[in-house]
Design a protein around this ligand. Structure first.
Ligand code: ADP
Ligand code: ZN
Length: 616
């Protein structure tokens, strides 16, 4: 590891440029602030407390990094994830900022060296694990800093970890309220990408941020294209999606069970696609290695359960594919949100079918939880099913769930290819009465066989070939019937009784349909023609000929450089920056400095090499 004092410190980097915009330009190489960044940075720099709610990829880090550089003394950043700390620090060092982290992965001697560097005023940003922060030793250090070089701010990243109801709860976070009591004059900035109002209120309460200014950004992720397709042959659908739309790109495939993760990863490998498994049942060393490979190498697909999630800070994840339904709209938003942090086009793609609905309802019913919890879980699932079956813009519905109004987006499957909606009242009535006639004791497969009039041993056994509903559904094909049943369950006209092996039963609302008092509108899910066609999403997609060739050379150079410095490739340069260099083919250091993402330190470190590479 670099010793902290030897970190690429460049004194004139910030002491001459005491305004935020020049730091953004000089250090990070970006031309302008995004959304509310400028206001937040201004507020924090002037010493105000704040709570920042911004979606993944919105640019939260800049909101505490720049004030840390502008204010006296180091900024102390509390972050729950060791891997993330390391990558953030590497990225800052690449940008010429003197940064360090303190966590349990270090030896006592390493920590002590960093503590000394802090006291000496040699560090501008320090990342600290929450359990370390609250120790007597560290609090003493903070006091010495306050008396010496100063304390720029406390940043509390992933602030939703303070919420006892969320699944990222960290008990140590609760104690962070103490910071304000001990260091009342040091501004605090809490940040999270969690959108829901309850969590927000909990953060304010538990961290004592009642006086803080709250900055809420739009939670829209416009570069993500949402698509939810009907599950037919999920594996083949996935393979087509990967081959046609994301060849050679990084992405995540989520599955519900560990077994399915292992099987899907193995199967993709057998199809020649580099896919690694990740789930909580794996040996922890294997898991860590797979995660490290995913973060560091290009072109790797991670097949994972939701154990793979928080802190996946890789900006160039080009797609998130769901092989199974998540458990709520919040979960769907969070999981899909791991795609496209760099702002380049990305896909959120999901296959979904009747089995998903049945499975989830069963998991809720059979859980040990209390009734009230089951009701909440059921309502959350219903909201997600509403999104899946939506005939209006998916983004509008998604944002509406977080109380954000918006207009149809033009970048989801519903907007791109509006689904046909058909009057399914007649079909629904046939389906419901067939369920009723068969005694509400059978699952969808058998009921569909009755509707289609499939005579079989099973029909004979139950005497169902003589039912009045036998064969009344021959006007509709089997696949459509499956979609009808899925939607009837999703819309609450049928419930699944798991005590009785998944038997379908009528509900109060289905009576109104049977009596002809209510009509049922259904949506035709078509496996899309347009959106399954090739759509390249990488920043480099439009590059051709010479530009393309330069891009490939730059990419190999980046891979080698990243390996040499043992940092992820994106820490050297993002795809978008590399693509821009390939496009512009700058011939001088000045021209190269003009490319977005090329800051002063990177220019100095890599400029010559790049110009040479372009000149060859
Ligand atoms: P978050 O923590 O909110 O998910 P990050 O802080 O990781 O987001 O920022 C996401 C990406 O956007 C990073 O690659 C970052 O360098 C880039 N970024 C942040 N602010 C700007 C800006 N003003 N202009 C251009 N790119 C930016
Ligand atoms: Zn839309």
């Amino acid at each position: 590891m670099d010793s902290p004092a030897a970190a690429h410190r460049d004194d004139d980097l910030h002491h001459d440029d005491r305004d935020a915009l020049s730091v953004l330009k000089k250090v990070f190489g970006y031309a302008s602030f995004r959304g509310p960044q400028a206001d937040i940075i201004d507020h924090v720099t002037q010493g105000g407390d704040s709570l920042v709610l911004m979606p993944t990829g919105g640019g939260k880090s800049m909101c505490y990094q720049i004030p840390s550089l502008l204010r006296r003394g180091p900024g102390i950043v509390v972050s729950p994830l060791i891997a993330l700390m390391q990558d953030q620090v590497s990225a800052l060092k690449e940008a010429g900022v003197s940064a360090a982290f303190l966590n349990s992965s270090q030896t006592a001697a390493e920590s002590a060296a960093i503590e000394r560097a802090l006291i000496a005023g040699d560090i501008d940003i320090a990342y600290v694990a929450p359990e370390r922060l609250m120790t007597g030793r560290f609090l003493n250090l903070l006091e010495r800093l306050q008396e010496g070089p100063g304390l720029a701010l406390f940043a509390i990243d992933e602030a939703h970890c303070v919420s006892q109801w969320g699944h990222d709860f960290r008990p140590e976070y609760i104690q962070l309220s103490m910071l304000h009591e001990r260091f009342p004059s040091v501004p605090r900035i809490a940040l999270t990408a969690t959108a829901d109002p309850q969590t927000r209120a909990e953060i304010v309460e538990r961290l004592g941020l009642g006086e803080a200014r709250i900055f809420v950004s739009s939670f829209d992720r416009p570069n993500i294209r949402y698509r939810i397709v009907e599950k037919n042959d999920a594996r083949m659908q996935l393979l087509r999606f990967l081959r046609n739309e994301h060849p050679g790109e990084s992405g995540i495939v989520y599955c519900l069970s560990r077994r399915k993760v292992d099987e899907t990863a193995a199967w993709l490998m057998s199809e020649g696609i580099t896919a690694l498994p990740y789930h909580a049942g794996m040996d922890s060393a294997d898991r860590a290695e797979n995660q490290a490979r995913f973060l560091r190498e290009d072109r790797i697909i991670m097949v994972a359960t939701i154990a793979f999630g928080m802190g996946i800070d890789k900006p160039d994840v080009r797609f998130v594919a769901h092989m199974d339904l998540p458990k709520s709209v919040e979960a769907y938003y969070q999981e899909t949100g791991r795609a496209g942090r760099d702002g380049e086009p990305a896909d959120a793609w999901m296959v979904y079918g009747l089995g998903d609905v049945v499975n989830h309802r069963r998991m809720i019913e059979q859980s040990e939880a209390e009734d009230q919890f089951k009701r909440v879980a059921g309502a959350k699932l219903d909201a997600l099913l509403g999104l899946c079956e939506s005939h209006t813009c998916r983004r509008v519905r998604l944002l509406d769930y977080f109380d954000e109004a918006s207009a149809p987006c033009g970048n989801c499957d519903v907007c791109l290819e509006p689904p046909e909606v058909w009057d399914g009242t007649d079909a629904a009535r046939k389906a419901l009465s067939c369920v009723y006639r068969a005694g509400q004791r059978f699952g969808a497969v058998h009921i569909i066989d009755i509707l289609l009039g499939k005579d079989s041993e099973r029909m004979q056994k139950w005497g169902h070939a003589t039912l009045s509903t036998f064969g009344i559904g021959r006007d509709i094909d089997e696949k459509t019937w499956r979609a009808v049943f899925r939607q009837l369950v999703a819309q609450g006209y049928l419930v699944v009784d798991h005590e009785r092996y998944g038997a379908l039963q009528l509900t109060e609302t289905s009576r109104a349909v049977l009596k002809g008092e209510q009509s049922v509108m259904l949506r035709k899910m078509i496996e899309s023609k347009k959106s399954s066609s090739k759509r390249s999403s990488v920043a480099a997609a439009p590059l051709q000929g010479e530009e393309r060739e330069r891009w490939e050379r730059l990419r190999s150079w980046r891979a080698a450089t990243a390996k040499e410095h043992s940092v992820p490739a994106y820490v050297v340069f993002h795809d978008a920056t590399l693509a821009e260099i390939a496009r512009q083919c700058p011939q001088s250091m000045d021209a190269l400095a003009g490319v977005s993402g090329v800051g002063a330190a990177k220019l100095e470190r890599y400029g010559e090499a790049i110009l040479k590479l372009l000149g060859d």
